[in-house]
Design a protein around this ligand. Structure first.
Ligand SMILES: Cc1cc2nc3c(=O)[nH]c(=O)nc-3n(C[C@H](O)[C@H](O)[C@H](O)COP(=O)(O)OP(=O)(O)OC[C@H]3O[C@@H](n4cnc5c(N)ncnc54)[C@H](O)[C@@H]3O)c2cc1C
Length: 377
């Protein structure tokens, strides 16, 4: 590559592709380098693809709500193979305590101008009759959607390329230097700004970032059209996502436009091995069958694992690294990187172009990683 690029993005998952599109659309010269042979083959291909307003914290809700709006705007121009569909989420309350949580959740969503409707028991079964009897009710969030993330990442990269971005595949970055990246073959590429969008691998290049891989399993079934119509999530899911270091499972099921059912999800730290852990899959399926007994008689087609990029406070790192004005991070999205990709890209490009951001960027600043490191030392 010749000349000095404005923005060099390391990592071609959905976050890197979204950053490439946002920067190239804004008139910056962009290059993206990806270790794999195509876009979106890592966590992006392993994820569920739900675009969900998630309220684990006020900053999480602000980011996911903002990004959801950006996806809704983009949806009209996404190619059909992205399989964008506004199926909504049903948060399921198993008992009265969880109904109280559903009511609190509804209040938080309403404060962010999000539509959310509390469901009595009868309403829940009217919407999803296959759920097991005896559940208390739930919360319907009709604005949540789903998409096929690897194709969405490809569409974003294609948009970046239409605006002059260049993508290089099979190029692993092995080190970062001031205004430069060094590839595995020793070649160097220079840029005014380097953006690290390497997901769960971010700490390999910036060790100060406390990002840890957190493994998840998903199971996909054969085609059973119209068995379920909404994304179904147990209310305990947020606890599982934000919980401790222990292995956890939570019921989370998505009806794909193909009629297949995507069943999740699990969370485990400390598993570098991408092999399927049968014990946790069994736990996950048992939990799913407890909510949707009809699953017991269905055929599963495939099981896989993927690595979420977990941070200490559950929020991603988006912005410049302290003391290295040329180096930006866009990583650490845990289970929300598909949802938050567009907001991440917008915050990043706003920063680079000096535009006023639509949401406060401070909660996602990478500077807190350095603070966290000091606190832990
Ligand atoms: C089981 C599971 C379910 C999920 N469900 C959802 C969901 O429903 N909704 C949602 O919003 N999110 C979900 N997620 C999370 C989501 O998949 C991720 O947050 C998102 O894909 C992260 O995108 P990314 O671009 O940051 O990372 P990745 O997709 O992992 O991309 C990073 C890229 O960087 C490349 N790379 C790494 N190191 C280097 C290097 N040194 N040089 C060059 N390239 C490099 C990798 O090859 C990779 O392609 C789920 C995740 C899992 C595992």
């Amino acid at each position: 590559m010749s000349g000095r690029t404005d923005v060099l993005i390391v990592g071609g998952g959905i976050v890197g592709a979204a950053c490439a599109a946002a920067c190239a659309q804004a008139g910056l010269t962009v290059a993206l380098v990806e270790a794999d042979l195509a876009v979106g083959m890592d966590a992006t291909a392993a994820g569920m693809g739900q675009i969900v307003a998630m309220d684990g914290s006020p900053a999480e809700l602000a980011l996911t709500r903002y990004s959801q709006r950006l996806w809704d705007d983009l949806a009209r121009s996404l190619p059909e193979d992205c399989e964008y569909e506004r199926c909504g989420t049903l948060w399921i309350a198993a008992d009265d305590d969880e109904m109280e949580e559903a009511a609190r959740k509804a209040t938080r969503y309403h404060e962010h101008a999000l539509q959310a409707e509390l469901l009595e028991q009868r309403d829940l079964y009217a919407l999803e009759p296959a759920l097991r009897p005896g559940l208390a009710g739930g919360l319907c969030v009709p604005g949540d959607s789903i998409l096929y993330a690897p194709r969405a990442a490809a569409a974003l990269l294609a948009e970046a390329e239409r605006h002059g971005a260049r993508a290089l595949f099979g190029c692993r970055v092995r080190a970062l230097h001031e205004g430069e990246v060094e590839l595995d073959d020793g070649a160097r590429m220079a840029a005014r700004t380097v953006v690290l969008a390497t997901g769960a691998r971010a700490a390999e290049l910036i060790p100060e970032l406390p990002i840890r891989p957190r493994t998840g399993h998903l199971v996909i079934t054969e085609r059973y059209p119209a068995l379920v119509r909404h994304q179904l999530v147990e209310l305990g899911y947020v606890k599982s996502a934000h919980g401790t270091d222990a292995d956890s499972v939570a019921f989370n099921l998505q009806p794909r436009p193909t009629g297949q059912l995507l069943i999740g999800s699990s969370r485990q730290y400390g598993r570098a091995d991408p092999a399927v852990d049968r014990v946790i899959v069994a736990r996950m399926l048992k939990r799913a069958i407890a909510y949707l007994p009809v699953l017991h008689g269905l055929d599963a087609l495939r099981v896989w694992t993927g690595q979420r990029a977990a941070t200490l406070d559950g929020l991603p790192y988006i912005g410049p690294c302290p003391g290295r004005a040329w180096l930006f991070v866009a990583a650490g999205h845990e289970g929300l990187g598909i949802t938050a990709a567009l907001a991440t890209a917008r915050l990043l490009s706003d920063h680079l172009l000096g535009r006023a951001p639509e949401i406060a960027p401070e909660p996602y600043s990478p500077a807190r990683a350095w603070l966290e490191t000091v606190v832990r030392a």
